[in-house]
Design a protein. Structure first.
Length: 171
């Protein structure tokens, strides 16, 4: 996780962020993630990226005062999750069945993730960054359209056409 102060790892779409902001006005959006992780059973420490002593102090205050989440706050998270799920996107579950049989080593799941950051979050910068950093030699343009991935995808995603879209967007 990036520092709680100043933002989140991925910019949330307004339809999701507004639910969190309405529930806790003034609370950094990423504090929800920090507190969610800290409220899980048997978790004794949660680390997020912190660059300054002020960020350490802010994160420590959130964990000291805001854990565990209340039942009402879990309902807020459910509502935010429903709003996120309602956004259009590729229904990839990151199972990676497709990746195992790809003769070209295309990072299919990561590419689907980038497409969802682009489509659902409306965050072209982060989508491109994820694509650049995490696809390595397995970029969408390496696909030879053999179709092996589509035959094993439990979500019946039209992977080849999604990869073509990724080439246009990210390469
Ligand atoms: S269609 Fe493309 S991505 Fe899918 S298995 Fe074949 S080469 Fe890999
Ligand atoms: S098999 Fe389908 S759902 Fe699973 S990672 Fe690949 S594209 Fe996503």
């Amino acid at each position: 996780m990036e520092p709680v102060k100043g933002g989140t790892l991925v910019k949330l779409p307004d339809s999701v962020a507004d639910i969190l902001r309405a529930a806790e006005p003034g609370a950094p959006l990423a504090s929800w993630a920090l507190r969610f992780a800290g409220s899980l059973p048997n978790v004794i420490a949660v680390l997020s990226g912190m660059n300054t002593p002020e960020m350490v102090a802010e994160n420590a205050a959130i964990m000291r005062d805001g854990v565990p989440l209340t039942p009402a706050e879990y309902e807020v998270i459910e509502a935010a999750r429903d709003a996120l799920a309602a956004l259009p996107g590729v229904p990839c579950t990151d199972c990676r069945y497709c990746v195992k049989g790809c003769p070209e080593g295309v990072h299919i799941n990561t590419i689907m993730q980038s497409l969802n950051i682009y489509d659902q979050m409306g965050d072209a910068y982060r989508a491109q960054e994820n694509y650049n950093w995490n696809t390595g030699d397995g970029k969408a343009s390496a696909c030879i359209q053999c179709g092996a991935c589509e035959s094993v995808c439990p979500q019946h995603i039209e992977i080849v056409s999604q990869l073509e879209r990724a080439v246009k967007l990210f390469e």
